[in-house]
Design a protein around this ligand. Structure first.
Ligand SMILES: [Cu+2]
Length: 83
């Protein structure tokens, strides 16, 4: 992720997956699974973190950055978890 995007924006994974989130930008960003209570906190530039998705049921979820204004600038995506 960077200013103000995710690459890839749309991700499809099987259930119980873990995803490595890397902030390659120069600002703090986050990767939050809307409605699932899962995601990163604000991640400083150059840092990465592993997000465990075991608690998230299969389905399609909106991904967004919770830093002020970032979603409005286009930092959003879609996470699909397959059964
Ligand atoms: Cu952001």
């Amino acid at each position: 992720m960077g200013e103000y995007f995710y690459q890839p924006a749309d991700v499809v994974v099987p259930r119980n997956s873990k995803i490595t989130i890397v902030n390659e930008g120069s600002l703090v960003h986050s990767w939050v699974v809307k409605g699932a209570g899962v995601g990163t906190a604000g991640l400083p530039p150059g840092q990465s973190i592993i997000v465990f998705l075991a608690a998230v049921p299969p389905g399609t979820y909106t991904i967004y950055c919770d830093q002020p204004g970032h979603t409005q600038l286009g930092q959003a995506g879609i996470l699909t978890i397959t059964p």
